[in-house]
Design a protein around this ligand. Structure first.
Ligand SMILES: [Zn+2]
Length: 263
């Protein structure tokens, strides 16, 4: 089950798979102060929006879930499968992050992991046994690089997590109904998952392949040993009034935020 909460004009999604001591939210675009095409809760700093508005939007997002904005840890998202272990919060809130990576893990309750999305898949992770949380950014490229699986393996190495203990949630992203891909992407998916699995991950509704990012990331997590996966099943392009969609808005759009923290 997913549920939506509304506070101070912000509307955000939470997953029932995570326990109460985990603060987690995927924010819709509602409740911020940016004008169109970023309207309204844009938290992306590299999409042409005014940095002061982005800063305020991020502050609002953190405040509404009771997290200190200064606890934010983010990375420069580059469609890799690289994982960062966060020990201390990012020192300069709202400055461009320096580390390039697409997954962040921490066991520090004073850190809030934060990422930005517009069609790529947000994946939240929690190991309740070892007390670890994680966030992953996976578009087609990160998905084909098994970014989600790599984050699980990093949890094993850094914290001794058992994959069977890990809880995972796949948030809103562009859905298989809207995500037509070219032959090069299809070939990368086949290489990453094998031809038989790729047939299911690349449904051909109109004779051309569509990529199912939700199924692919669930499979990537399962291949890494994760058994408990919750999928929001919300397509950003179908619901562009609620979420930013790079494809539906032809690149002129904002970024919605996803955060997770131990509390
Ligand atoms: Zn759709």
């Amino acid at each position: 089950m997913i549920s939506f909460r509304e506070q101070e004009g912000l509307r955000y999604l939470s997953f029932s798979i995570f326990p109460e001591n985990v603060t987690q939210a995927v924010f819709t675009r509602h409740g911020g102060l940016s004008p169109d095409p970023w309207g309204a809760l844009n938290v992306g700093g590299t999409v042409g929006d005014d940095p002061e508005r982005v800063r305020e939007n991020r502050y609002r997002s953190f405040r509404v879930v009771g997290r200190d904005p200064e606890s934010m840890y983010d990375v420069w998202q580059v469609h890799s499968a690289d994982v960062v272990i966060a020990n201390g919060a990012h020192p300069r809130f709202n400055n461009p992050p320096e580390l390039k990576a697409d997954a962040i893990l921490t066991d520090n309750p004073n850190i809030t992991l934060f990422m930005r999305f517009a069609d790529c898949t947000p994946i939240l992770l929690h190991d309740p046994v070892k007390g670890v949380v994680g966030v992953v950014h996976a578009g087609w490229m990160g998905t084909a690089k098994h970014a989600a699986g790599q984050a699980v393996r990093a949890m094993q190495h850094a914290y001794g997590s058992r994959p069977a203990d890990i809880l995972a949630a796949i948030g809103p992203s562009i859905g298989p109904d809207h995500y037509e891909v070219g032959p090069e992407v299809a070939a990368r998916v086949q290489h990453a998952f094998g031809n038989r699995a790729a047939d299911l991950l690349l449904p051909k509704e109109t004779g051309r392949p569509y990529f199912d990012l939700w199924a692919a990331n669930r499979l990537s997590l399962q291949m890494a040993g994760v058994e408990q996966v919750q999928v929001a099943g919300i397509c950003t392009a179908c619901h562009e009034q609620d979420w930013y969609s790079h494809r539906a808005h032809k690149g002129k759009t904002g970024r919605f935020g996803a955060l997770i923290a131990l509390s």
